[in-house]
Ligand binder design. Structure first.
Ligand code: NAP
Length: 867
């Protein structure tokens, strides 16, 4: 097989890795009639299951689901012996698959791929191996797995130890016999937790060095679930289809029960059921909100800690084994068999490295800050340089010689986790930005491989030779991946998901947490839209469909889908009274918003009668008056009242530390233009005059409003300026109506499908103002005289029909010399920013609004006093 370096072997495709993904990739490429060479540094197939031979190594996804599903015949020919199969059995399975499809002949074992360079001239990859081979290929595919490069244990003096050293990730084929030995295990992740109980059976003394206590639940291993086997038996195709379109790659009914609102009995019942079931996808599905809401997460975490306390007899050991420094699920939870029980054995000891860190490995054993330990063997279960490690381990250089390592120096950047710009025809299976490690790998791998194979087939049919993502598509996907993570508790943890286990690695959430189903949908949609976000070239020309596949914030999309599913009638088809009733019904079901110090209601005199107001005083120090914000709710001048924007007012109050006075005003059609605007101005005057009684600081008053409330807040600023007072320190306009032109681009792009529609906006205008009045600056402030207005903070949301008029107002104010802060609510709709407690991704936008408010005031409450 070895050829002189001058005559490179030619293949259509080179695949690196002969594990689950590489084997299936080879199979698929062969189906396409392509010539393929697979390389693996291991001596045989198996990937992760070849290397991780430590005692107790098993899968922690039920084997009924952790297997290929592409061929029903294959499924008939293999029966798993357990719910969670052992490493030898999984390796046997992969060997069986290899032989069944005759894959071995295309695989070169014990061969490391050292470099891969793109030759732009030839449009081919030049591959070199550690054995001196040179190969050229059109497509270069890394099927190198996510957890295949061991992290070098960052512990002083490792080479000094005179005893035996083992790494769980590189376990010797002949095994290890610890009988009668004093053994140390460093690391309590999945690998440590699986091997510790078995090593304890042999060792005369076992000392476990734990840096971070980990959440683990009992696997309750045994025969495969009868219920799953029945489902598979009765309808295999249906079961596999459900897995492919599930959140995690296993058919699971996702709960909608919230931990924070569930009764104690329901909480307990759901937790116990998950504990007894012994499946990871069960324990992460106790409550719908456990990965986004700290309070809900605490409930599950607390119950697991309780279990640990009930299993481990020594209270100090139980306490040390109870995880407290991260939210449950933000570090990979483990499944165990007798892990916590092992610490009840007299010869097993836990050393808490938070209390006595390791100073160094010595010739005899381990030196901690407090003690010297002597050992015969040390087992490192210290983890991996996850996801990016295996990819940058090969010197991959794309166009212009740029290396992957350089490109990813500040964090990985991919499109769909499959490709990266500047590296044509380079595919990654289960790469960063794909669901991979957060899902049932078997399902994700099949999806990836099938997508890549489908792509190569389509390219061939359309006469293209190269494919590569565009920069725009890639940065859009990266944002989406991070947006999805940002609404969860994940970014708070020092996990390998975040790259935090490897010193110096950029902190970046590596996998895609949007779900296997959402991911598959995105990948399919990319293809349906003519390979959106990819450029392709071939002998007959090039094609580029530039664009971003997912621009909306994930939680905004979720709320939108829920609202669509509710099948509500379009508001513009209702009477004003019915529309108000509908809004009130929707509002009744939402979260209440944060606690503030005090809330009180009152009335103020308006131009045509009393106007109700609600006053929100912030909690906490400092005592004394605060700046005052007069707030006007949204609702198209037709809908809304003091309750409708209550959560937003609480949020503004808590975040800004200002007193917020929400004022109700007269509504159309009963009171048409300019009633609302005049009420708003009257309210500002009254608030200014009454600042001291309201707990405000005289002369430090801002206005704020959302939507039509933003309109009258802006108009009040015009009227105050024109009347020579009162002084308004600033104006916050959240997605405001500032013009009546419904033809702007944002109306064309967002006029349908995002709750505030063009017909609804037209309905609002028709209720509020005659067409002849709509040029009046008290209706359309954009058309007014702008110099001399107070500094402004304007929020413009991507998916809002009003986006462009908000931006136009910001630009026009700037041109008129007014200081403006334009806040782009990326991926938001007209209604999502105010959805406090429901749309988590709105929080950073509201934080920016609060910061703008504080900037308006000389006596704003310092940030450190705000909760
Ligand atoms: P891991 O989860 O990263 O755990 C590594 C452990 O070593 C952690 O407890 C870590 O502590 C500790 N550690 C690392 N460096 C250390 C140091 N310098 N000093 C002291 N302690 C140190 O790695 P893993 O257990 O190999 O598991 C990795 C992943 O592989 C799992 O999360 C899972 O996805 C997969 N896996 C799956 C199975 C399965 O059942 N199918 C089995 C094994 C692994 P810190 O937490 O403080 O960093």
């Amino acid at each position: 097989m070895n050829k002189p370096a001058s005559v490179p072997e030619q293949f259509d495709a080179v695949v690196v890795g002969a594990g689950f993904s590489g084997l299936f990739m080879l199979y698929q490429l062969r189906q396409l009639g392509l010539s393929v060479r697979v390389f693996d540094s291991a001596g045989d197939v198996g990937g992760t299951w070849y290397w991780n031979r430590y005692p107790g190594a098993r899968c922690d996804i039920p084997t009924t689901d952790y297997a290929y599903s592409f061929d029903p015949e294959l499924e008939k020919e293999w029966t798993w012996s357990e719910k969670y199969a052992t490493q030898p059995e999984i390796l046997d399975y992969l060997r069986f698959v290899t032989d069944r499809y005759g894959l071995r002949s295309d695989i070169e074992f014990s061969t490391v791929v050292t470099s891969a360079r793109w030759d732009e001239q030839e449009r081919r990859w030049r591959i070199k191996t550690g054995r001196g081979m040179e190969i050229e290929c059109r497509y270069y595919i890394m099927a190198t797995g996510c957890l295949s490069v061991p992290k070098s244990p960052d512990i002083e003096g490792i080479s000094r130890f005179a005893g035996q050293v083992y790494f769980t990730s590189r376990w010797p084929h002949e095994g290890a016999d610890f009988t009668g030995q004093r053994v140390a295990v460093i690391g309590t992740g999945s690998s440590g937790i699986q091997c510790i109980p078995l090593i304890a059976r042999q060792a005369s003394q076992l000392t476990v060095f734990q840096r971070t206590a980990n959440f683990s639940i009992p696997a309750h291993n045994g025969p495969a679930s009868a219920e799953r086997l029945k489902q598979l038996d009765e309808d295999r195709d249906g079961y596999r289809h459900a897995a492919r379109w599930s959140r995690g790659g296993i058919p699971t009914e996702l709960t909608d029960i919230m931990g924070v609102t569930a009764s104690e009995a329901v909480r307990r019942e759901r937790f116990e059921a998950a504990w007894t079931q012994g499946e990871l996808f069960g324990i992460i599905n106790v409550f719908a909100d456990q990965l986004v809401n700290p309070a809900s997460n605490d409930i599950v975490a607390g119950m697991i800690r309780e279990k640990i306390g009930s299993i481990v007899k020594d209270p100090a050991t139980a306490e040390a084994l109870s995880p407290k420094d991260h939210y449950f699920g933000t570090k990979r939870p483990c499944l165990d068999t007798g892990y916590f029980e092992t610490f009840n054995l007299p010869h097993v000891r836990l050393v808490d490295l938070r209390k006595q860190p390791i100073i160094s490995i010595t010739e005899e054993g381990i030196q901690t800050a407090d003690e010297s330990f002597g050992f015969d063997a040390i087992v490192y279960a210290t983890g991996f340089d996850a996801m990016t490690g295996p990819l940058v381990a090969v010197d991959v250089a794309g166009r212009d010689g740029v290396s992957l390592k350089e490109k990813w120096a500040t964090g990985p950047s991919t499109y769909l986790g499959l490709m990266t710009a500047g590296f044509p025809n380079f595919f990654m299976l289960t790469g960063p930005g794909s669901p991979s490690v957060l899902s049932n790998m078997a399902v994700s791998i099949e999806q990836h491989v099938e997508w890549v194979a489908g792509c190569l087939k389509d390219m061939r049919e359309d006469g293209f030779e190269t494919i590569e993502p565009t920069e725009l598509a890639e940065s859009g996907w990266n944002s989406h991946v991070q947006d999805c993570a940002a609404i969860t508790l994940h970014p708070t943890a020092n996990s390998w998901y975040m790259g935090a286990n490897v010193p110096g690695k950029p902190r970046f959430f590596l996998p895609y947490i949007g779900g296997v189903d959402a991911y598959r949908k995105a990948c399919d949609e990319v293809v349906e839209r003519g390979y959106l976000g990819f450029s392709m070239t071939g002998p007959d020309g090039a094609r580029c469909r530039d664009g971003v596949i997912r621009r909306m914030q994930p939680d905004v999309a979720l709320v939108l889908n829920l609202m669509t599913a509710m099948g509500l009638p379009p508001m513009e088809t209702l009477s004003a009274a019915d529309a108000r009733a509908l809004l009130a019904a929707i509002e009744a079901a939402r979260p209440p918003g944060p606690q503030v110090g005090e809330v009180s209601d009152g009335v103020i005199p308006g131009p045509a009668g009393d106007l109700p107001y609600r006053l929100y005083r912030p909690a906490g120090p400092p005592e004394g008056p605060r700046p005052l914000v007069v707030y006007f709710h949204g609702g198209g001048w037709v809908l809304g009242n003091l309750d409708s924007d209550d959560p937003l007012c609480r949020d503004l109050c808590a975040r800004s530390g200002a007193v917020v006075m929400s004022v109700n005003y007269r509504h159309a059609p009963e009171a048409r233009f300019p009633a609302a605007a005049l009420d708003a101005f009257a309210a500002v005057r009254w608030a200014d005059a009454s600042a001291a009684e309201l707990g405000g600081i005289p002369g430090q008053l801002a206005v704020a409003g959302w939507s039509a409330g933003g309109n009258i807040a802006a108009v009040a600023c015009h009227l105050a300026r024109d009347a020579g007072g009162p002084h308004v320190s600033g104006q916050v306009l959240i997605c405001p109506v500032v013009d009546s032109d419904l033809t702007r681009l944002s109306y064309q792009e967002n006029g349908d499908g995002y709750i505030l529609t063009t017909p609804l906006m037209r309905w609002f205008w028709d209720h509020y103002a005659d067409p002849a009045d709509r040029g009046d600056h008290r209706a359309t402030p954009l058309r007014g005289n702008l110099p001399g207005l107070p500094p402004a903070c304007i929020v413009a949301a991507d998916f809002d029909p009003l986006r462009d008029e908000g931006v136009a107002y910001a630009r026009a104010l700037e041109a008129a010399g007014v200081p403006v802060r334009l806040v782009r609510a990326r991926g938001h709709t007209h209604t999502s920013v105010p959805m406090v407690g429901l749309v988590i991704s709105g929080a950073p936008v509201r934080a920016e609004i609060a910061e703008a408010l504080r900037d308006f005031f000389p006596n704003a409450v310092p940030q450190e006093h705000l909760s």
